[in-house]
Unconditional design. Sequence first.
Length: 402
Amino acid sequence: MRIAFHDYPGHAFPVQLARALAKRGHEVLHLTFSEFQAPKGPLAPRPDDPPGLHLKALSLGTAFKKYSFVQRALQERRYAKLLVDAVAAFKPDVILGGNAPLDPQAKLLRFAQRHKTGFLFWHQDVYGVAMDKILRAKIPVFGALIGAWYKALEKRLWRASDQIVAITEDFVPLLTAEGIGRERIAVIENWGAREDLPPRPQDNPWSQAHGLVGKIVFMYSGTLGLKHNPQLLAALARAFKDDPDVRVLVVTEGIGADWLAEAKAREGLDNLILLPFQPFAEVPNAIGTGAALVVLLEPDAGVYSVPSKTLAYLCADRPLLGAIPLNNLAAKLITREGAGLVAAPEDEAGFVAAARRLRADPALRAEMAARGKTYADHAFDIDRITDQFERLLTEARDRARV
């Protein structure tokens, strides 16, 4: 098949899937958004890449205004045109649309319908609910109207897709409530790209370069936006301010990083280390620096978002420390597998207490890391995952032709 694979942020595990599909003889065009601020996966071509893999970053040539509703909407329309033009030139049999805002996703689906091209909707977030919440808070009265429009748009996209991959069973009732048959829905949980994120010792070139060897490091790496509360990271630094062996390391960019920089200067939190996103080649060593890896998610984001960084962290063989809604898939996973400690996001005291417990008990950290590794070794089988996506892509292609 000729597969157009839209991976808007460019994370590690989708490009691993693109490579795996291309290794099976499919022609795969993998498209990402260059200016979107997020940890990027291994997007550069490799010497051993199959000839059927085409990696392309789409660029607007200017900074992306993520937190300005009007400017963002205009930029996403420009981006959607770039996206559809690239897909049209490729002439795919099927499109895998994943982890994308609704406007580009809608234009991509309309293209698929016009050309009888299969469309597999990779349901990563319930964007309509998220947009509705944000817009109601930012734009009184009209925000509710625009939010309702986005919720309706997302439901139309679900109904129009040939197949849907949901990343959690929690999304299935939302889909079936729209009259979508269960035969058109598959649940495939996200995974960590284990082969691209090998575990590394704490004493490694990256930790040496940043003066972190031998320190107990609580590390947060990834997007720190509206779905995450940076105050919890400041609270963590505050709690260990007088502990010379503890550091709180945050690798991120954007408004969350700016807020933390102000808090660091205002409170003299010298144990809080802020760094920008790292090149992907440095990520295994950077994550390996952590004694415990932090996951955050706001209470009202628990229904529509599952932080995939949880899965990347499990590749590092480290325990996790979460401030996540307890009904969220990530919280359930960490608790079920015994891979870390989780507090509710509004429970700052519980979050800090869990951090103190991990700091004080190296044996507990080692046990939880081992449990996480056992889960990752079993669950992150890229051959099995590729089998599932290959079947669904074929079904989407065939359904569109009919």
